[in-house]
Write a new protein. Structure first.
Length: 435
């Protein structure tokens, strides 16, 4: 089994302009079976500052249990297998064992399949993949976990792309929150979208000198992977990208890529069909990975419309109104959210890398009383022992603005402001260990 070569080629890709369509659909080895995986032990600390009601906001508690502001856990623990059945058919299987919102959405730990797809390359110019896979979308949603430059996603990526799933047809209709949204109790929560959907994708890539064009078009189910009995409606997605390759090949090539993507679903919610759209564009650049003065730059803007989710503020406690501890889902077509991130990194030596990122997320600007703006600076460094094993240390400077505080009823303004002021900064240390 070509275990080492597959791990090196697939998992240790830098966050760059790599061709993710190729990396996700074409094994780097012709062997029938390659088994590999990685671990992500992670320590996270926030100050645990409480709001005016004496409760600590969920933003200051560590997922997925949300019971502590000081936590060590195995955030990622993934076992995968890839291979070629014949020269035209490949497969990709993966199981996630880590302690995260996908495996433990409601505090109950259940390992889950994260990839289960086969790719067929019989037709020139079109490769067909079917199963559970990463559909075309944002850069964070397509690149591998081993390739992230920070211990956590940007807020805009997490809020817009890691969409929560809820019971589409509850026995009791969800309660309106008075601002065009609905409160969803924890009993109807079905987990998050782990950047994976079940469906069929057509994809391929074409090289012309230093230029490379790639595309992907996906049709599938909007709902929890492998849960067809809990379908939330149809889902379509597409992405095109153009790369200029300076040199090298595979995941470590030096290149620059521009990309556009779009996703649309018609989820069932509260017994009705609604619209959910996400779109974005971006630019990535990478040269000389793990070489002195190697560098990368990444920018992406994304927008959401239709169904938008506003996260809950607190854990449930006695006598607390549901509007404070239940998430609010805004399903109307006029709802919007948008944001961007921009980041870069530099290899000071061939092992030591310093990184910085800024991201901004504007939630529900169309509803003044619910409008919130998240602003986050991330500063960190990585020490690469090998392309497969590294340690990341990040410090997040987090802020939450309320642009229209006067739109909030007077009785609720004080608590809303105290939540904003309570937002703690965060420090996180993570090891990525490939095997």
């Amino acid at each position: 089994m070509a275990i080492a070569s597959t791990v090196f080629s697939l998992l240790s890709t830098p966050a760059s302009a790599a061709n993710w369509f190729k990396l996700l659909n074409e094994p780097p080895t012709s062997h029938a079976l390659a088994i590999y995986g990685y671990l992500g032990p992670t320590y996270t600390y926030t100050g645990g500052t409480a709001a005016a009601n004496g409760q600590v906001p969920l933003a200051n508690l560590i997922a997925p249990q949300f019971t502590s502001h000081n936590s060590f856990s195995m955030l990622y623990a993934r076992l995968m297998a890839r291979g070629m059945i014949n020269k035209h058919i490949s497969y990709f299987l993966g199981i996630e064992f880590g302690n995260n919102l996908y495996v433990s959405p409601d505090g109950k730990y259940i390992p889950k399949i994260i990839n289960a797809a086969a790719t067929f390359s019989y037709i020139p110019g079109v490769r067909i993949a079917a199963g559970v896979m990463a559909p075309p979308g944002s850069e964070a949603a397509m690149e591998g976990y081993m390739d992230y430059q920070f211990t956590g996603f940007s807020v805009v990526s997490a809020q817009l792309m890691l969409q929560p799933y809820y019971n589409p047809s509850p026995l009791t209709s969800y309660t309106p929150n008075g601002n065009g949204g609905f409160l969803v109790p924890s009993s109807d929560y079905q987990g998050i979208d782990p950047f994976r959907n079940t469906g069929v994708e057509a994809t391929d890539w074409f090289r012309n000198g230093p230029w490379q064009f790639a595309y992907g078009a996906f049709v599938g189910n909007y709902g929890p992977p492998l849960a067809s009995n809990e379908s939330n409606g149809p889902f379509v997605a597409g992405r095109i990208q153009e790369s200029y390759i300076f040199g090298g090949h595979g995941p470590f090539r030096s290149d620059i890529t521009g990309f556009l993507w779009y996703q649309h679903a018609n989820p069932l919610f509260n017994g009705h069909t609604y619209s959910l759209s996400r779109s974005g564009l971006g630019l990535t650049y990478m040269q000389n990975f793990m070489h002195p003065w190697g560098r990368w730059v990444k920018f992406e803007y994304m927008r959401g419309s239709g169904m938008i989710t506003g996260p809950a503020a607190f854990n449930e406690t006695a006598n607390m109104p549901p509007v404070l501890y239940e998430p609010s889902v805004y399903p109307g077509s006029s709802n919007t959210a948008n944001g961007y991130y921009v980041g870069g990194g530099l290899f000071v030596t061939h092992r030591l890398e310093v990184d910085m990122r800024y991201d901004r997320y504007d939630l529900l600007p169309n509803i003044p009383a619910q409008n919130r703006v998240f602003k986050t600076w991330a500063v960190g460094f990585q020490y690469h022992f090998t392309p497969l094993t590294r340690v990341l240390v990040d410090y997040y400077i987090r802020g939450l603005d309320i642009p229209h505080i006067d739109a909030i009823p007077p009785a609720g303004r004080g608590l809303a402001e105290s939540i904003s002021h309570a937002f703690d900064n965060e420090i996180s240390v993570q090891a990525i260990i490939g095997f």
